[in-house]
Design a protein around this ligand. Structure first.
Ligand code: ADP
Ligand code: 5GP
Length: 208
């Protein structure tokens, strides 16, 4: 008899731009198997070094609108952030979760609200140690001009106010500590009885 594969969990990760979320995520994913990153669609231009299909699916506004309006799939959530459109493919997330993989969505606070209304995600907010440090990180990354940096910093204060709606709050001050905190959250969430496949088999009841 084939054992039913338990659906993977959905993890929403939000942070003001430049906070270090991508850096953090790459480190956590490198040594936690069973975790996949949901590659979003965006109308923003690729940064140097970004790869289509790996960091994002880079699309035109027309292509974005086509996917958004497609029925019955389309986007699980989408939003305009800093003047660009971003969206999560519903089909892709469902396919990966059905295969038992835990899917991480790196999305803004507007998208997080939509996912919270539609599904039962684990939600994590990553905060910078301060807004000054956030500005330093954005500048040190060297991928945006001053106008774009100012836009992202202005959005950061608004986004930080939405942190109260998240279950977990991690301050990315020391990178290694933040990596360990995120790892602990994910491992802890996997151990919840309703998700814990191995534990359920041991105590003798099936997932339902
Ligand atoms: P995000 O994905 O949140 O926009 P990035 O991961 O691109 O942010 O990080 C922005 C910049 O900050 C990068 O130059 C990165 O190396 C740096 N950075 C990330 N985390 C830390 C940290 N804990 N301390 C200092 N610098 C950091
Ligand atoms: P960046 O342009 O720096 O890669 O991302 C800018 C912001 O857009 C970040 O807050 C990031 O989390 C958010 N973002 C990336 N992909 C998505 C998505 O699919 N949906 C939503 N709502 N936001 C996204």
């Amino acid at each position: 008899m084939r054992r039913k594969v338990a659906e993977g969990m959905l993890v929403v990760l939000s942070a003001p731009s430049g906070c270090g979320k991508t850096t953090l995520l790459k480190k956590v994913m490198a040594d936690l198997p069973g975790l996949v990153f949901s590659v979003s669609h965006t109308t923003r231009a690729p940064r140097a070094g970004e790869k289509n299909g790996q960091d994002y699916f880079f699309v035109s506004r027309e292509e974005f609108a086509f996917i958004r309006d497609r029925r019955p799939s389309g986007f699980l959530e989408w939003a305009e952030v800093h003047g660009n459109l971003y969206g999560t493919s519903r089909q892709e997330v469902e396919r990966q979760r059905a295969a038992g993989l835990d899917v991480i969505l790196d999305i803004d606070v507007q998208g997080a609200a939509q996912v919270r209304a539609a599904a039962d995600p684990v939600t994590v907010f990553i905060a910078p140690p301060s807004l000054d440090e956030l500005g330093r990180r954005l500048r040190s990354r060297g991928t945006e001009d001053e106008k774009t940096i100012a836009l992202r910093l202005a959005g950061a204060e608004r986004e930080m106010r939405a942190a109260v709606d998240y279950e977990y709050l991690i301050v990315n001050d020391d990178l290694d500590e933040a990596v360990e905190s995120l790892r602990c959250v994910l491992i802890g969430e996997r151990l919840r009885r309703r998700r814990n496949r191995v534990g359920q088999q041991v105590v003798g009841f099936e997932l339902h």
